[in-house]
Design a protein around this ligand. Sequence first.
Ligand code: NAD
Length: 488
Amino acid sequence: MNGEDLFTLKTIVSTNPSHPQEVIGRVARADTDAAERSIVVAAQALADWRATAPEERAAFLFRAAEKMREQRLTLAAWEVLEAGKPWREADADVCEAIDYLNYYGQEMLRLAAPRQLGDYPGEVNTYCYQPRGIAVVIAPWNFPLAILTGMTAAALVAGNTVIMKPAEQTSVIAAQLMEIFRGVGLPPGVLAYLPGIGEEVGEYLVGHPRTNVIAFTGSLAVGLHINESAAKTGASQHGIKKIIAELGGKNAIIVDDDADLDEAVLGTVQSAFGYAGQKCSACSRVIVLEHVYEQFLSRLIEATRSLSVGPAEQPHTRVPPLIDEEAHQRVRAAIDTAKREGRVVLEMEAPIEGHFVGPVIVTDVSPQSVTAQEEIFGPVLAVLKVRDFDEALSVALGTRYALTGGLFSRSPAHIERARQEFRVGNLYLNRKITGALVGRQPFGGLGLSGMGSKAGGADYLLQFLEARVVTENTLRRGFAPKQEGNHG
Ligand code: NAD
């Protein structure tokens, strides 16, 4: 904070989900006094940072991207160890973080130039953007570098000063990001790294009257709570807080009766069990037309059986552990519920050491069951049988979430209907539903899956900016000459 390292008596101990006795790092645990100080620092640094040319601000992002590229494998290694990400996915997360830095840097250059509106004699109208003020970034652990980098980079390049509150579970990776920003010479005070407990410092920052924008990615429950508490406007407050919230999903893939089942099975397995289902975009419901149901199900079970469940650092691992013991218990409880609500047709073995849960496939659950409605955030997939494509669409859309969705079909008419009617934030046709790329698949949900413009898309940066219009009457009789020499 403000270019200084602070030490706290309490610490957060970060451990390896694959080998929980292995300590990855000990991180300071900020309290509300530290959070208050971070606000004071951010407020002091704001005037200079907002006056810094947008091109200069973007240049910090481009340099940070360069540094990240130099450290690509080291950063991926931290992710393997601290977040339990298999190598390929860890590397993809680092690459996404690099993409965000470059993309938002470029976007700021695009938005920076003031625009003249219309062409009216005697009047000049100028449209330009200014930063909102102090931004609080609250991130999840599941894309520990990419999401934190994306929200932080966007807030910074738009000219806001930023307080970065990472997820407790991945505070060490977040510290690497802070080091990268320090390494490119970001002015002290512009960015603070504030590791701490969400309910403590996160809560404090959200409710603080000086906070102007909150960029949150995480669970629905916390997102709704933040939205509510940030909506309260204190007497000393000068603005209404802007909330950006990217939340959970209960994503479905529809398998049509003419689908290429080789592709559908592969796409479903990758979408449901990659990173043990711990992606907001993961498939947790597959909706299969009855004509191909039995065939699809038996192939799905066999394909899933071939996945290797194990420690993240093993190159052949496809299903790594869950992030922590709390997640482990939550997912085990969801599996118990699934057993009550339906029929578990596959429950794979998993190592005892570490927070592992093997892939689980459940059938015969009602679309309205808890198993088919609530986000589980683990390797649990519900398979739902439907009569026809109409019913498939209605089941797919029958949840409160609307983040990602997918369709495997060879029918142009059904593909077209899905384009029109399968209203989710990100719809994927004949491919897996995870792995969105910055700029190519801007990402974000509808319904209770979020409120905000898509991350990695052309509207995203606007959320961290506010527009001003200046209108000048130029029909004057000349300008007042500078009064040189008149003073004596
Ligand atoms: P979480 O909601 O438990 O925590 C997210 C962040 O919020 C953490 O930094 C946490 O410390 C903080 N927090 C917790 N309580 C808080 C409070 N009262 N006030 C302020 N901050 C608080 O989520 P998680 O377990 O880290 O992440 C998993 C969830 O995130 C899933 O629901 C997943 O679907 C969602 N997610 C969504 C997207 C998306 O783009 N839509 C991307 C990734 C993850």
